[in-house]
Design a protein around this ligand. Structure first.
Ligand SMILES: C[S@@+](CC[C@H](N)C(=O)[O-])C[C@H]1O[C@@H](n2cnc3c(N)ncnc32)[C@H](O)[C@@H]1O
Length: 291
């Protein structure tokens, strides 16, 4: 059997395994799995072993991105593993919003732009933004050491290592000592599902991905409440705090941001379906004797 016949037979085998496992789109996914075996530059026999094993894992319910070990985000390939959230396409709205505001403030190349990616996970936002804005310097941080390690690996592999600085710790704690202040933009896609909802209606989310990526405390707002205050001292006057929102959270976030007194302009950015999924809050002037 030549290599083309071998690959035809393999893709059929993969597709059958996926179909039997009830995977929604076995045709498209079999092609991606086959491509995943090709990437590894394997002999045909090894491709079979690898492809069939990946297909079986996928058929058992493991998300395709974990099976492949990567996910595309804002035009770059991000390595992922089960210790981090798989970057979602809806989070690209937040990333591109950051890129637009950086270009507006600093010009196309964003020379001199300073950005924080808080709760960085795999580093998808940090890498996507750094790739799109070649003049930007980015500080990325996550509570989980594994996330910080993977972010650093993604940044280096994409040739962005010199412009992305990574730390692990609770919110802004590790960034204070790294000199990450005076930022044009802070992006954050925090955990925002209420613990109650996560334990009842959305337990499916925890089948494969880590709890700390989703659990936003009793009302889903715990991290936002801290962020809205803590972010203010890391932003330039006129800089933007950009937050991904859960569906239906816009009014609560609007109120939180207004009540904090740190921001002089708040915008809610809708997704293509018209649902507000990003809150943008502009840091107001520092008031002497105030915040
Ligand atoms: C929804 S995930 C977002 C990951 C990534 N930024 C993305 O957009 O796919 C939330 C991330 O927040 C991190 N996290 C949770 N609590 C945190 C805290 N107190 N300080 C810093 N990071 C935290 C989690 O480890 C997780 O990686």
């Amino acid at each position: 059997m030549d290599i083309t016949e071998g690959e035809d037979a393999l893709i059929t085998a993969i597709r059958n395994i996926l179909m039997l496992g009830g995977v929604d789109d076995p045709v498209a996914e079999s092609e991606r799995i086959l491509a995943g075996t090709r990437d590894r530059d394997l002999e045909l026999a090894d491709m079979w072993e690898r492809g069939v094993s990946m297909a079986r894992t996928r058929a058992s319910g493991v998300p395709l991105s974990y099976v492949l070990g990567c996910q595309r985000f804002m035009g770059v390939e991000i390595e992922v593993n089960p210790g981090v959230l798989i970057p979602r396409s809806e989070t690209e709205l937040l990333g591109w919003e950051a890129v637009a505001r950086l270009r507006e403030a600093r010009g196309g190349h964003g020379l001199g732009a300073r950005v924080i990616d808080m709760c960085c996970g795999s580093g998808n936002l940090a890498c996507g933004i750094a790739h799109a804005v070649p003049g930007a310097e980015i500080w990325a941080s996550d509570l989980m050491e594994d996330c910080a390690v993977l972010t650093m690996r993604n940044a280096k592999r994409l040739g962005l290592g010199s412009r992305i600085h990574v730390a692990a710790g609770d919110l802004f704690e590790p960034l204070a000592v790294m000199g990450a202040s005076g930022c044009d933009v802070i992006v954050c896609n925090p955990p925002y599902i209420s613990s109650h909802r996560l334990n009842r209606d959305r337990q499916d989310l925890l089948n494969h991905e880590p709890r700390q990526a989703f659990d936003g405390g009793p009302y889903g707002l715990s991290i936002y409440q801290r962020l809205v205050h803590d972010a203010a001292s890391f932003l330039l006057t006129g800089g933007w705090l950009l937050l991904e929102l859960g569906v239906g959270q816009a009014a609560s976030l609007d109120l939180l941001l207004q009540r904090s007194g740190y921001y002089d302009h708040i915008e809610l950015v809708p997704d293509p379906q018209g649902e507000a999924r990003v809150a943008a809050a502009r840091r107001g002037p520092l008031v002497t004797g105030g915040h």
